[in-house]
Every structure is written in structure tokens, then in C-alpha cells.
Design a protein around this ligand. Structure first.
Ligand code: SAH
Ligand code: SF4
Length: 439
């Protein structure tokens, strides 16, 4: 009996990349590959890359460099690099010239061609590069999901917003939505497979439907999905403030299966910086949206993304960001230091804050947010929460993800992948502990 071929897949970056990797695994699994967590025993190593920040790119190039000895030891090993980073012509060129042992380059838009790229490489021994491809809206690619409780479901691909700092529209191409029929059909199969959390994915989910012939929008889609039979929770990521409105908030209010935790990236608290970022909303617009949502949806919670050190950001403008964070009271934040990206508008702006100054701003911001998160968590003590059991830590201790996306370490009887009810008991060293009431 011949041994099964093995594939090692490493994913960098966001949920969309994780979702792409689930397709890559699906394709390889159909080709007879088993997944391995060890590079040493792999027949093919695939790196699925990210282009959002320069630091990620440097790290990934370092990892590609570290694969050279493996290839020398095992010349039959195939190395494939795909995803956002290689969709930038400058990086594709670097890999082509400096890393001759990379055999295959593929893009987020050529995952459906991966098996033929592998076959062609094996037949000809010639490097296969397919990284600068046109936009595609994938249907029918096999998906091998990583998580047993949370299913990632792309409802659209690409982005048309061209925020001035961002590499995504250049690398992932123009925004295109999947049809309602295709989304609902995949959603139903996910629910039937027993998943309790379904994460709808897109760079800007609330502009869903713009390219479709049918007259539909994100609210319409949410209502359709909420009507599907079964016990599950719907999350979505990411929504853009310029496309969020009262209609969306009323939809969330009316749809009992949609999470009350909304991820709404604000990026900066200064209207001048927001305009330089090309975000199409002001600080006042953002604060008004938060007020609208709080008026319409009971117990709504916000999480967000923020960038510090955008070119030209003054101390006063940074203080406006801190002030917005205090005013809104986010549950948690993804925080980023501005990173200059190839072929973006902001890359041309003069930048007079040094790296040290930016790191210092980030530290102040994180300290402020930690205090807000701590206060929020204190308020959770004594409340009853519903969550999905994600992991078993000890015999009768589990990790449970509650609606605001926080993880509670809870004692009691439960079953992985199922909902349970718990009472939040205490906060210790910034971790939330609880008791499971029933499941
Ligand atoms: N489409 C989503 C997010 C995509 S990228 C949205 O618009 O919200 C995820 C986050 O990375 C962004 O929200 C932003 O905060 C951050 N980001 C993107 N480009 C960046 C850059 N050049 N430097 C620093 N952070 C960046
Ligand atoms: Fe990038 Fe802006 Fe598109 Fe988000 S909305 S992916 S930040 S361009």
C-alpha cells in the first residue's frame, strides 16, 4: 500500500484568508492529500499569505527563506505560495527571482486552478505562476472546514472602497457578490452539518448585492438566513460605516439569530484623517451611527479596527481617536500601526511621525481600551449568557464563546460544538470564568 501524500498549509492574515485556506484544503483533499501539521513530512507546503501590513510580508518572506533547507533535503517537495501578498507584482517578482525553489505561485482568484497548477508542475517540472489573475466569484469548490463549531461563509469577494492605506482592492480585485440562492444553499448545508455559528464574510458585507441582477441587499440576505430552520447564531465581518444604516440595525433587531455584537471599523476618530483615508464618513457620522444602533438594538455591543500613525496624524488628531474610543466604549479593538503599502494613495503622503512615536501612541490606545474592556467584563459578572462550547480544557471545564465574542472558561457539563447557558462568576487576570447552567 502506498502512503498517502501529505500537505502542510500555513495561513496568514484575516478570516477571509482562513476561508480561502479551507478551499485550498478541500482541493488538496480531493487530490488525495492528507493534512499534516509538520513541514518535515509534507509532500507539498502551501503558504497562504497576507498583504495588509509590511511586517506580515517580511515575516512571510522569512518563512519562505527558511524552507530552502527542506527543499535541499527533499527535492521532490513542492512549495506553493498563494494569496494576497503574491498578487502584488513587486512581490511576485521578488519571489520569482530570489526564491527559485518556490514551484507554484497562485492567487486568491486561482484556487480553482490549484490542482491543475500542481499537475502541470509535476508533469513538466516547470514553475507555474498564476498570481496576477482576474476576479472570480467562486462556486462549487470543495471546502474542508477547520473549526467544528464556526463555519466561514464568504458572501462576496473583493473590495471597491479603495481606502487610501489599503492593499486589499489592488490584490483581491473588484467587489462581486454571490447570488442569494447560492449563499442560502451553502448556509443550509452548513446548518444541516450542525454548525452553531456561521460567519458571513466579505470586505464590506453591508454593500452586498450591488453587482447582482436581483434587487437585494445585505438586510434582505440576513432576513432570509435568519428564517432558515435550526438553532444557530449568525455573525458577519466586516461592515463599513458608510454602508451601515437604520435599515440594517432594524434588521439585526428583528433577526433573533443574528449576533448583537457588531464589528464596525472606525479606523480614526479625526474627520480630517478619515477624509485622507478615503473612508467617506466623518467622526460625527460614525458617532451618530452608534447612537442609532444603540437606540434600535437592545444590548448591542461594538468591536472595531483602528489605525494609529496614519501619515500626518497629529497628537490632537490621535487624541480625537482616544476620545472616540471612550465615547463609544467598544468591547474590543483590533489595533494597527499604519503600514505603507505598495501602489496605494497614502503611500505618497509625507509622514512625519517616527516609528517610536507611533508605537507610543499604540501603547496609550491599548491601555485605554484594556481599561474599557475590563469594566465591561466586570459588568458581565452575575449575568446569564448563551454561548457555543468551543474547547474542552479539563474533564468538566470548557471554553465557551458568548455573543460578544469573548471566551468564558466555564465549569460544568457541556458538549463541544453545542450551545450552553452559563452564569459569569468572576474575572481573574483579565480572564472571564463562569458556571455552566445547562446545555
Ligand atoms: N474590509 C475590512 C478590513 C480589511 S483589512 C474593513 O474595511 O473594515 C483589516 C484591517 O486592517 C482594516 O480594518 C485596517 O484597520 C487594517 N489595515 C488595512 N490596511 C492597513 C495598513 N496599510 N496599515 C495598517 N493597518 C491596515
Ligand atoms: Fe481595505 Fe477599505 Fe476595502 Fe476594508 S473597505 S478592504 S480597509 S479598502
Amino acid at each position: 500500500m502506498t502512503e498517502a501524500k501529505k500537505a502542510y498549509i500555513k495561513t496568514y492574515g484575516c478570516q477571509q484568508n482562513l476561508s480561502d485556506s479551507e478551499k485550498i484544503s478541500g482541493v488538496l483533499s480531493d487530490m488525495g492529500y492528507l493534512l499534516t501539521p509538520e513541514t518535515d513530512e509534507a509532500d507539498i507546503i502551501i503558504l497562504n499569505t497576507c498583504a495588509v501590513r509590511e511586517s506580515a510580508e517580511k515575516k512571510i518572506l522569512g518563512h519562505i527563506g527558511a524552507l530552502k533547507p527542506l527543499k535541499q533535503k527533499n527535492p521532490d517537495l513542492m512549495i506553493a505560495v498563494g494569496g494576497c501578498m503574491v498578487q502584488q507584482p513587486n512581490i511576485a517578482e521578488i519571489i520569482e527571482k530570489k526564491y527559485p525553489y518556490v514551484d507554484i505561485l497562485f492567487s486568491t482568484n486561482s484556487i480553482d486552478k490549484l490542482s491543475s497548477l500542481i499537475d502541470s508542475f509535476q508533469e513538466t517540472g516547470k514553475r507555474q505562476f498564476d498570481s496576477l489573475t482576474s476576479d472570480i466569484c467562486f462556486e462549487g469548490i470543495p471546502v474542508k472546514r477547520v473549526s467544528g463549531y464556526r463555519a466561514l461563509l464568504p458572501i462576496m469577494y473583493g473590495c471597491d472602497n479603495f481606502c487610501s492605506y489599503c492593499a486589499v482592492p489592488n490584490v483581491r480585485g473588484r467587489e462581486r457578490s454571490r447570488t442569494v440562492k447560492n449563499v442560502v444553499s451553502e448556509f443550509e448545508s452548513i446548518v444541516n452539518a450542525g454548525y452553531k455559528e456561521i460567519m458571513l464574510l466579505g470586505q464590506n458585507v453591508n454593500s452586498y448585492g450591488k453587482n447582482l441582477e436581483e434587487d437585494v441587499d445585505f438586510s434582505h440576505l440576513l432576513r432570509k438566513l435568519n428564517d432558515v430552520d435550526g438553532d444557530f447564531r449568525i455573525r458577519f465581518m466586516t461592515s463599513h460605516p458608510k454602508d451601515a444604516d437604520i435599515k440594517l440595525f432594524e434588521t439585526i433587531r428583528d433577526c433573533e439569530k443574528v449576533s448583537r455584537c457588531i464589528h464596525l471599523p472606525f479606523q480614526s476618530g479625526s474627520s480630517r484623517i478619515l477624509s485622507k483615508m478615503n473612508r467617506s464618513y466623518s467622526r460625527e457620522d460614525y458617532l451618530k451611527l452608534i447612537d442609532d444602533a444603540r437606540r434600535i438594538i437592545d444590548d448591542v455591543v461594538f468591536t472595531s479596527d483602528v489605525i494609529v500613525g496614519f501619515p500626518g496624524e497629529t497628537e490632537e488628531e490621535f487624541l480625537e481617536t482616544l476620545d472616540l474610543i471612550k465615547k463609544v466604549g467598544f468591547y474590543s479593538l483590533f489595533t494597527f500601526i499604519y503600514s505603507r503599502r505598495y501602489n496605494t494613495e497614502a503611500a505618497l503622503l509625507p509622514d512625519n511621525t517616527d516609528r517610536k512615536g507611533k508605537v507610543e501612541r499604540l501603547e496609550r490606545l491599548v491601555a485605554l481600551q484594556n481599561g474599557i474592556t475590563d469594566k465591561y467584563n466586570e459588568k458581565l459578572v452575575g449575568t446569564i449568557q448563551r454561548g457555543v462550547v468551543t474547547e474542552q480544557i479539563y474533564t468538566e471545564t470548557y471554553e465557551v464563546r458568548i455573543d460578544n465574542n469573548a471566551v468564558v472558561v466555564a465549569d460544568g457539563k457541556a458538549e463541544i460544538g453545542q450551545f450552553c447557558k452559563l452564569e459569569v462568576a468572576e474575572i481573574r487576570k483579565r480572564r472571564i470564568y463562569g458556571r455552566i447552567l445547562d446545555f
